[in-house]
Write a protein that binds this ligand. Structure first.
Ligand code: ZN
Length: 312
């Protein structure tokens, strides 16, 4: 424990945080109540103080900023790398966008299994989440409470409809690695036809078959945004770290989305592992980043600001 605290103290001294301008675009309902630069500088400082190490082998989870109740096995959760919908859903969406799933695999269950196996082969433990109200109802309404999963067909549609905005965010986040020609994703019509009957609970079955510990149950409220109140989107570039979501809420009462960009790189490498296409890994990374951006546009109203966490 003593060593762990030292590690965390050291870490807070080694990261930079910077706040950007409000995104200014979004079709969703999740709204940030913070407004001023000063309020966001304060939040960025709080985020910096809650950057925590991710243990080797920790399952991934979602960017969702709501507090965890437990995992589906009833045990407490721990710091997990966050990407939209968790590693399995982000990897699946990117593989579809970049055309990285063999055409011989056609059913949703088999596609999820294929992507799950790719991640496992690379040593990445797939995870995801539901929310408490959907879990309590035994998923009777058909959804899971994970917007990045439940609204996947719409996120893919928005990704194409708002491609200029999505490409702009992808370019900013990828920096020198951005190549416009690698954003020529599978077209919208094809994606919509493939997802006309998207089974929202399939990923929970796929993950739960391994262990319920890989699925977090996040707190929800009976409000129009189901308890979502994220103020910012953290883009964290510091490898093997994440925002300690639950500790941040305990200390400040504030939620943030957290995209662990370093973990997207690991997913991209896993998806491209046995490809003969030299550009496959980079194409996967572009698609992964684009899916994070399109998820934001689908769930939020543009009022949030980005907080970039990087190594000193
Ligand atoms: Zn989610």
């Amino acid at each position: 424990m003593h060593d762990m605290l030292n590690e965390e103290e050291r870490m807070t001294q080694q990261v930079n945080v910077t706040v950007g301008e409000p995104f200014g675009a979004g079709h969703g309902a999740i709204h940030a109540s913070l407004e001023t630069q000063e309020e966001y500088e304060q939040l960025a400082g709080d985020v910096k103080n809650h950057i925590a190490p991710v243990a080797e082998g920790a399952p991934s989870s979602c960017i969702d900023g709501r507090e965890a109740v437990s995992c589906m096995d009833g045990e407490a959760t721990e710091a997990r790398p966050g990407v939209a919908g968790g590693g399995l859903i982000s990897a699946y969406a990117a593989a579809e966008l970049a055309g990285l799933i063999p055409e011989s695999i056609t059913s949703q269950d088999n596609k999820l299994r294929h992507v799950h196996d790719k991640l496992s082969s690379a040593g990445l433990v797939s995870g995801g989440h539901c929310d408490k109200s959907n879990a309590d109802e035994g998923f009777a309404a058909g959804g899971t409470g994970c917007g990045a999963n439940d609204r996947l067909p719409q996120i893919l549609e928005n990704l194409h409809n708002d491609k200029a905005v999505v490409d702009g965010l992808t370019s900013v986040l990828m920096g020198d690695g951005y190549q416009a020609e690698l954003t020529e994703y599978v077209n919208s019509e094809t994606l919509q036809s493939r997802h006309a009957t998207w089974n929202k609970t399939a990923f929970i079955n796929e993950l739960g078959a391994e262990t319920g510990h890989n699925v977090e149950i996040l707190a929800s409220e009976h409000t129009p945004t189901h308890g979502h109140a994220e103020q910012a989107v953290v883009f964290n570039f510091v490898e093997n770290t994440t925002v300690d979501r639950d500790a941040l809420i305990e200390a400040t009462g504030k939620q943030v989305f957290d995209v662990d960009v370093w973990y997207l790189s690991k997913i991209a490498a896993a998806l491209a592992a046995d490809s003969t296409d030299a550009s496959a890994e980079s194409r996967a990374m572009h698609a992964l980043v684009a899916y994070q951006a399109a998820t934001y546009l689908t769930l939020c109203d543009g009022s949030q600001r980005p907080i970039i966490v990087s190594a000193v």
